[in-house]
Design a protein around this ligand. Structure first.
Ligand SMILES: Nc1nc2c(ncn2[C@@H]2O[C@H](COP(=O)(O)OP(=O)(O)OP(=O)(O)O)[C@@H](O)[C@H]2O)c(=O)[nH]1
Ligand SMILES: [Mg+2]
Length: 447
């Protein structure tokens, strides 16, 4: 345990509802008593109490709430005090100055979480989950980070480590006492393969987490002049793309990001597909086909007020095998009966001009988008460092599996040991102080 007592403002430093000052270390209670003029018995552990905070001059600074959490049942595992004040930056600063004048040091970035790690309250993967949770850009990843913080990811790692550790013990035993320990045929290979699968599964979940960071790509296609650019503008609620009655207006793709009910999407308006009217058209259409290849969702737009044409059939062919929604635009101009015979059914009738059906389309798109995001159970939100450690252990196991039959046991032992060392980087059981400093320096002060 660190003998130094540290303090920091744990909340953002601007006018807000409340502001919290956190103090951790052996002097926490003494400082709280000196600040409030109360006796020890006033602060029952982990009970929020009303207090007045006094400057050393005797001036009352604040009437607020304070809580004392004695070691080891606190976030850091040390004696912790939290003072919940009004969220006034000058006031918070004045109280922090008082705390410092009572012999407390200022906490560095992530110092509270670092102490929690050093005191064994969290392993390193949990400590990093704190940072991931605070920085999570959406609810999907925040929930993943919370499950990591609660130790679900650590459990997966532990199972993996235990499997490899017993394999190592077995191999070492066979090395030391070849006549006593019988290595069963295929047992080593089986365990190595199983471990490799587990690592692959963790990496797959980490990649799902990365996918959840990226917006889904939603590509709007159709023959020229059906109203693709008008639809993009209607979905964005702004005049982003140029709209004219001239077919072939959009030559290059136009992209914009939007949030559909919590799901980030990148909307892409494209050049119309169909009869090319020159080199520019050709180039535009080539680009559209490329974009179709990257699409997560396709919105296939037709002009429902006039009959289907060969060009519409050509677009249909281009979106084959894609997750495409067929929408009939220009419904304000009527509905041509031939669309009932089109090989694909129109899902929604809309008008980019009047706004008819646009909110229904948005609902449908967020529903489709939701289906594409990985489910809660299939997601980890890992840092680059964590992923790299997993990749190192994967490569090590792959390497040893490739050459297994003709490998002397002592070499296999060495490889399994290095796979375990890579895994220990994740839990922090084997990690250099420099790496620890580097990890916590990415935290904010007060965390
Ligand atoms: N009446 C009516 N006109 C529309 C509607 N949507 C678009 N238009 C008109 O149709 C014409 C073409 O619209 P755009 O949005 O430029 O069509 P586009 O599909 O992007 O066309 P290209 O970029 O040339 O492929 C413009 O004159 C629009 O005002 C609609 O829902 N109803
Ligand atoms: Mg256009």
């Amino acid at each position: 345990m660190d003998s130094l007592t540290v303090a920091a403002i744990a909340t953002p430093f601007f006018p807000s509802g409340i502001g919290v000052i956190r103090i951790s270390g052996p002097d926490s209670l003494r400082v709280l008593l000196q600040l409030t003029g109360k006796g020890k018995e006033y602060f029952a552990p982990r009970v929020l109490k009303v207090v007045r905070v006094y400057a050393r001059s005797g001036d009352a600074l604040e009437k607020c709430l304070a809580v004392y959490m004695p070691a080891p049942r606190s976030y850091t595992g040390e004696d912790v005090v939290e003072i919940h004040c009004h969220g006034s930056p000058p006031l918070l600063e004045a109280i922090l100055n008082e705390v410092v004048s009572l012999g407390v040091s200022l906490a560095g970035p992530g110092e509270f979480t670092k102490r929690a790690f050093l005191n064994g309250k969290l392993d390193l993967s949990q400590a990093e989950a704190v940072l991931a949770l605070v920085n999570a850009p959406n609810l999907f990843l925040a929930k993943a980070a919370l499950r990591q913080l609660e130790g679900e990811f650590s459990l997966e790692l532990q199972a993996l480590e235990e499997r490899l550790t017993s394999l190592l013990a077995l191999l070492e035993g066979a090395l030391d006492f070849p006549e006593d320990v019988d290595l069963e045929e295929g047992e080593v290979e089986f365990t190595l393969k199983e471990s490799l699968q587990e690592i692959e599964s963790i990496l797959y979940k980490a990649e799902s987490g990365e996918r959840a960071l990226k917006p889904l790509k939603l590509v709007i296609v159709g023959k020229p002049n059906v109203g693709k650019s008008s639809l993009l503008n209607a979905l964005l609620g702004e005049e982003r793309a140029i709209v004219t009655p001239i077919p072939g207006t959009t030559r290059d793709s136009v992209e914009e990001e939007i949030n559909f009910q919590g799901i980030k999407m990148r909307l892409v308006d494209t050049a119309g597909l169909g009869k090319a009217r020159g080199v520019l058209d050709l180039a535009g259409q080539k680009r559209t086909r490329e974009l179709l290849g990257q699409a997560d969702i396709v919105v296939f737009v037709v002009d429902i007020s006039s009959p289907p044409t060969l060009e519409d059939l050509e677009v249909l062919k281009a979106v084959e095998g894609k997750n495409a929604i067929l929408v009939g635009n220009k419904h304000d101009l009527g509905e041509h009966r031939d669309w009932t015979a089109f090989p694909r059914a129109i899902v929604l009738k809309i008008s980019a001009l009047t706004g008819e059906g646009i909110s229904e389309l948005m609902k449908l798109l967020s529903l489709e988008g939701g289906k594409l995001l990985p489910s809660r159970e299939e997601l980890w939100y890992l840092s680059l460092r964590q992923k790299e450690a997993l990749l190192v252990s994967r490569e090590t196991l792959k390497r040893v599996l490739e050459v297994l039959p003709d490998q002397p046991p002592d070499l296999i032992c060495e490889e399994v040991r290095s796979a375990l060392r890579a895994l220990a980087q994740l839990t922090g059981r084997e990690i250099s102080p420099r790496v620890i400093e580097e990890i916590f320096s990415r935290f904010c002060i007060g965390k």
